[in-house]
Design a protein around this ligand. Structure first.
Ligand SMILES: NC(=O)c1ccc[n+]([C@@H]2O[C@H](COP(=O)([O-])OP(=O)(O)OC[C@H]3O[C@@H](n4cnc5c(N)ncnc54)[C@H](O)[C@@H]3O)[C@@H](O)[C@H]2O)c1
Length: 280
């Protein structure tokens, strides 16, 4: 695929806020048609208006990525309207904090539903259609540094993000094994100034609430970390576009990424528990 994206089609999940919203704006600037989806309808409509004002062709589809039928309907509507997908940003995500043994089944189901089943659903619904379409394409799955390095007080999030990173690797292997014209990258950001610490706003009522003290404390710490975050969503998106153009698989925003990875693999080699790190 050339770097001229004009006239090609992008799909972004979790496009109503943060990194997803910034991705949508960048795709519009690149003169791509943009399919935006999010579980939150009011902010989604707001982003749709912003993109239309910017002159983009936009399709906005309210979608809960944990719902396989909803994601399949998103894919069907995308192909009905535009006939193709060239950039698929599997980005929607939520954060849940707290010690592993105190997390309710609902905590686990919510976070794994959005952060792991979301990407699985997107892969199952979009990849067959993209393969049938036959154009070159690129899929970016958003994991996290917490998908490569473990930390305390965040087990559902970390487990889900390790899964998303593994899915990205497996998808890349499968597509390469079949010589398919679709590339894959895995975005593993450090802290980014978004609404991720306010993920509870999107928690379905049938999956309980997050009243636990440890969840509140860690979420407050996360809020503090992302609001003094080294990275803006726009700078993350610049990094993503440059990395995709360069053909990188791992896309990171953290200067400490090589050190973190080195520390982890040194620990694995010497059979020690990898040390926890502070993400930047
Ligand atoms: N902000 C960070 O520091 C950071 C770091 C590493 C990874 N990430 C990842 O980046 C991605 C984007 O998050 P963000 O930081 O922009 O946060 P954000 O909260 O600003 O945006 C996330 C978006 O996902 C949407 N969403 C939540 N549940 C959904 C569902 N069930 N279906 C569809 N959409 C849903 C939200 O409504 C929101 O618009 C997430 O996968 C997150 O885990 C963020």
């Amino acid at each position: 695929m050339t770097n001229d994206l004009s006239g090609s089609v992008a799909v972004i999940t979790g496009a109503a806020s943060g990194i997803g919203r910034a991705l949508a704006h960048r795709c519009a600037q690149e003169s791509m048609a943009v399919v935006i989806s999010d579980v939150e309808s009011v902010p989604l409509v707001k982003v749709e208006s912003e993109l239309v004002r910017a002159g983009a062709q936009v399709l906005a589809v309210q979608t809960d990525v944990s719902d396989d039928e909803a994601v399949d309907a998103l894919a069907a509507r995308t192909f009905d309207r535009f006939g193709a997908v060239h950039r698929l940003f599997i980005n929607a995500g939520v954060f849940q904090a707290g010690v592993a043994w105190q997390r309710s089944k609902a905590d686990w189901e919510w976070v794994l539903g959005v952060n792991l089943w979301g990407p699985i659903n997107a892969v199952r619904s979009f990849i067959p259609r993209m393969l049938k379409q036959g154009d070159a394409g690129h899929v970016v799955i958003t994991s996290s540094l917490a998908g490569l390095i473990t930390v305390p007080y965040s087990s559902p999030y970390v487990v889900s993000k390790f899964g998303a990173a593994a899915l990205a690797e497996c998808l890349a292997h499968d597509l390469a094994a079949q010589a398919a014209p679709i590339q894959v990258s895995c975005l593993v950001p450090g802290s980014v100034d978004t609404q991720i610490a306010d993920s509870d706003r999107n928690r379905p009522t049938d999956l309980g609430d997050a009243e636990a003290e440890d969840h509140r404390l860690v979420t407050a710490a996360l809020q503090e970390m992302v609001s003094r975050g080294a990275n803006s969503p726009d700078s993350v998106v610049d990094t993503v576009f440059a990395a995709v153009a360069a053909g990188d698989f791992w896309i990171t925003t953290s200067d400490s990424y090589p050190d973190f990875i080195d520390q982890r693999y040194q620990s694995l080699k010497s059979r020690r528990l990898p040390s926890s790190v502070n993400f930047d």
